[in-house]
Write a protein that binds this ligand. Sequence first.
Ligand SMILES: Cc1cc2nc3c(=O)[nH]c(=O)nc-3n(C[C@H](O)[C@H](O)[C@H](O)COP(=O)(O)OP(=O)(O)OC[C@H]3O[C@@H](n4cnc5c(N)ncnc54)[C@H](O)[C@@H]3O)c2cc1C
Length: 334
Amino acid sequence: MKRIENYDLSNQNTFRMKVKAALYIEYDNVEELQSLDLKALPQPVFHMGAGSNLLFTKDFPGTILHSNIKFIKYVDMGLDEVLLTVGSGVVFDDLIANVAGNGLWGMENLSLIPGEVGAAAVQNIGAYGVEAKDVISGVVCLDTKDWTKTVFKVGECAYGYRDSRFKHERGRYIITSVLFRVTRKYSPKLDYGGVRAALEGRDLQALTPMDVREAIIGIRNAKLPDPAQIGSAGSFFKNPVISREHFERFATPETPHYDLPDGTVKVPAAWLIDQCGFRGKVLGGAQVYEKQPLVIVNASGSASLEDVLALENQIIAAVQERYEITLHPEVDHI
Ligand SMILES: Cc1cc2nc3c(=O)[nH]c(=O)nc-3n(C[C@H](O)[C@H](O)[C@H](O)COP(=O)(O)OP(=O)(O)OC[C@H]3O[C@@H](n4cnc5c(N)ncnc54)[C@H](O)[C@@H]3O)c2cc1C
């Protein structure tokens, strides 16, 4: 177990905010985690993954916990379905490389999303028509109240768009491993975000999960900032859902949107931000990413928190004024 006081988090948040935590504890297994007396640690206690959905708004006065539980274990190699259990500290994209490399379908569309397995189950990460909940079978947690082990089946996790029970019961459960269900059965999902176009000319019936993974990586690299090169936390805002009547007040036939089954309409936040003229806008060291206006980047590498928050607030105010829509951040402000 690693235990470091006054820990520098600059390299452990993809926004690259220069912040410190009073105490950082990284545990290697469930027993080490259970040995901790959370109440005796500097408060508050916050569990992080790779810090790719976090915006630290100041030095963290309490304790940061981090999982270094790293294993990928195939537990049931059925004829079609394959079950595996994976430690919460595994990098999610390493897991996909492993699973797709074994010819198994299900996760490939989530390729290159930064972060770790535990957080993927909290966030219900999603991309190109697939969400984590589509491949999760169960989530193994410790209840911080008494360190008892709890296993939630996927149906008990209250998954929604970037949402889960773990977000609402914040701090209560620490995820130690996740059970996934993938399949040998040929089942590519190509109908979102230019995936089919990226595979044009290929024999679709001969595709492997690795082929789709590579196509997705190509698409993402072309439009999203590489966290190794430029700081960001990915999509800064959630896509708002509004009533059809509200949508029709401003929509033209060209307005991008998704009709939801309950009659409401989801509007891409990127489009709203773009319409308000923010694409590429610079504020101090922060910038709205030129290739994808849903992303705020630490363009200078030394953006201050004030820069990021001011840009966030300007975007919220502009979209509110023009469309009467309130954007909500997807990025967790800590
Ligand atoms: C360039 C870029 C692109 C991105 N693209 C996408 C995308 O396409 N789709 C998408 O959905 N997201 C995307 N994201 C957001 C981010 O990758 C996900 O939210 C990811 O799941 C965060 O993982 P993390 O390990 O960094 O978690 P963190 O950001 O460190 O934490 C996220 C949340 O999970 C909680 N948590 C972490 N580990 C545990 C645990 N073991 N037990 C309990 N709670 C835990 C934390 O408390 C926090 O609430 C992107 C981010 C970046 C920087």
